[in-house]
Design a protein around this ligand. Structure first.
Ligand code: HGY
Ligand code: MN
Ligand code: MN
Ligand code: MN
Length: 420
């Protein structure tokens, strides 16, 4: 018997699942670590190779690819209609340190696959489909999260000196990648030039898998505040300094870590994490004199984020007094929570329904380029389940069939939007 194609016997196009999965597997080799996982930080040779790979794949599909001034790869149909508003689809190719193969990469390759299918047809479209790979979403090396999508939204300042955590100037690094910091404003898309932005992404959390539902419709993308907490105590001999005479910065920092956790546990915000600790002088027989903690708080409400920021400042004061150390908190970044656009949620739901797939509405606890593009265009997001809800780790995974299904939903949604 001949099996019905996924989605029934309709005449609508489907993505080429094998082509999509091959792309995901090949991209995953770039930055792969011998011990498992992938480190492909933005503005490193690994990300350069990922750009080259993606552009080569686009050329093989007879598409046109270029690197914009911000370092994003932008891919269009060869006969793209100039001046027609775009249906922009994409995500990022950079990873966290020791990350997985799907966060970002899936959305980029799904976008390329959808664009490839649309370009292969000769149906006239009302929006010009464009795929994009944003740079530096994760900000693993250069501390400017969403650098690429901010370039597209036009919110990068060309007069700033952008540099990495270890002081490397971004200008020549971006030039090597094909961008141009002096002309970064040219990466911006005019308001109205993007009719809709769609991003497919793995959920990175456990809810779809738990519910046994293959497609998530994102409602709101979380807001996030990152902070730096510096504690200055007094270094001294670990054997001779009486316990009552100490100003141990690491003991104070330990309390601070727990206090940050408690911000979320007590309901002040949704989640709160200290992810980085630096202790100086980092010697076994010396009382730590200086500690730097870096962390973040997230919530779906901007007001609650603001309240949690204030609570963090109070906690810092309190710890300073209790341990006789100096504590300074500095906000290093803030991204507002952003709802997706109603009509695009419905387009994604309808696309899934046509394919016979159940959907679930859910918020995103991870940040996405979509929330930055939202400043200039309507946005929608398609989630697929994450195995065991794990992400930002080598174990990050999704059933291949669900990856293909998610791309098919993206294609259906794209067709619906391009036909309006
Ligand atoms: O951490 C985040 O949520 C973002 O994807 N980098
Ligand atoms: Mn991520
Ligand atoms: Mn991501
Ligand atoms: Mn000694």
């Amino acid at each position: 018997p001949i099996a019905a194609p996924p989605g029934g016997l309709d005449q609508e196009p489907h993505v080429d699942g094998a082509r999509l999965l091959l792309g995901i597997a090949e991209l995953a080799e770039i930055g792969a670590l011998p011990t498992g996982g992938i480190t492909r930080l933005a503005f490193t040779p690994e990300e350069d190779r990922a750009r080259a790979y993606l552009m080569e794949r686009a050329r093989r599909a007879d598409l046109r690819a270029r690197v914009d001034e911000a370092g994003n790869v932008v891919i269009r149909r060869r006969d793209a209609e100039p001046g027609m508003p775009a249906l922009l689809m994409g995500s990022h190719m950079d990873t966290v340190v020791k990350g997985g193969r799907l966060d970002g990469a899936y959305g980029v390759l799904a976008a390329l696959e959808v664009l490839t299918v649309l370009a292969e047809r000769d149906e006239p479209l009302g929006l010009e489909p464009v795929a994009i790979a944003f740079t530096n979403e994760e900000a693993g090396l250069f501390p400017y999260p969403f650098f690429g999508s901010r370039g597209v939204a036009g919110t990068l300042d060309p007069s700033l000196r952008y540099s990495s955590r270890d002081g490397t100037n971004l200008r020549p690094v971006l030039a090597r990648a094909g961008g141009d910091l002096s002309r970064i404003r040219d990466a911006a898309w005019a308001r109205g030039s993007i009719g809709a932005y769609l991003e497919a992404h793995i959920e990175q959390g456990p809810y779809l898998e738990r519910a046994g539902i293959p497609v998530g419709v994102v409602t709101t993308i979380t807001g996030r505040v990152t902070f730096d907490l510096r504690i200055q105590g007094r270094s001294s001999h670990a054997g001779t300094t009486p316990m009552d005479d100490r100003a141990d910065a690491l003991v104070a920092a330990s309390h601070a870590v727990l206090a940050v956790e408690d911000l979320a546990r007590s309901g002040e915000c949704a989640v709160a994490t200290v992810g980085q600790v630096e202790s100086h002088p980092d010697q076994i027989n010396v009382i730590p004199g200086n500690v730097r903690l870096a962390g973040e708080i997230r919530d779906l409400s901007g007001d609650r984020l603001t309240a949690a920021q204030a609570a963090l400042a109070r906690v810092a004061d309190e710890i300073g007094g209790r341990y006789r150390v100096r504590v300074r908190v500095r906000t290093t970044g803030r991204v507002e929570p952003v709802p997706t656009t109603d009509v695009l949620r419905q387009v994604v739901r309808d696309a899934a329904r046509e394919l016979g797939l159940a959907t679930m509405d859910l918020p995103s606890g991870a940040g996405h380029d979509a929330q930055v593009v939202a400043e200039i265009a309507p946005i929608g997001m398609v989630f697929v389940p994450s195995r065991a809800g794990i992400s930002h780790a080598p174990e990050e995974d999704t059933d291949p069939e669900q990856l293909v299904t998610g791309a098919d939903v993206l294609l259906r949604a794209a067709l619906e939007l391009c036909r309006r």
